[in-house]
Design a protein around this ligand. Structure first.
Ligand code: HEC
Length: 127
């Protein structure tokens, strides 16, 4: 079990050489942290990017953007077809209940579904 540690700090090696090994080790830890933080920051950036929501100024678009960006960036309506949206909304309704987020009322649900379907993509084969 202790074999790797013994190999890192080897009493048979000169102290200088052991030090060099330790320096290399801590250097790679620092590099790892820097890379990790950079990747995490980029990931956040992407979700924070403003999307071009259709009919942005209308009440239904506002409601959509408000309700559907509480846990993640609200996806564009064109990411799913009109036939797919109802099941996604059902699932999100479930997520809201389990995450203690106020679920959509029937009225909000129908406004949001209407908005999504009006701007949905026309075919599942489209990108
Ligand atoms: C309570 C938090 C929460 C809210 C509010 C929420 N979502 Fe989600 N959403 C999630 C989670 C968690 C996932 C990933 C798991 C999954 O796909 O079910 C997700 C994933 C998604 C996905 C990707 C999965 C897929 O099938 O494409 C879409 C699209 C989506 N949400 C749309 C919406 C819409 C539209 C609303 C507004 C009605 C909404 N979300 C509100 C938590 C939430």
């Amino acid at each position: 079990m202790t074999a790797p540690l013994v190999r890192i700090i080897n009493p048979n090696r000169s102290p200088a050489k052991n030090n060099r090994v330790l320096t290399k080790l801590s250097l790679s830890v620092v590099v790892g942290i820097v890379i990790g933080v950079t990747v995490a920051a980029c990931g956040n950036d992407q979700t924070a990017q403003p999307k071009n929501y259709p009919d942005k100024g209308t009440p239904q678009a506002q409601l959509y953007m408000e309700k559907c960006s509480q846990c993640h960036a609200a996806p564009l309506p064109s990411t799913h077809t009109g036939r797919m949206w109802p099941s996604v909304l059902q699932r999100m309704q479930m997520r809201m209940k389990t995450k203690n987020v106020q679920p959509l009322s029937r009225k909000e649900m129908s406004i949001i579904l209407g908005y999504l379907q009006q701007h949905a993509k026309s075919s599942p084969d489209k990108p």
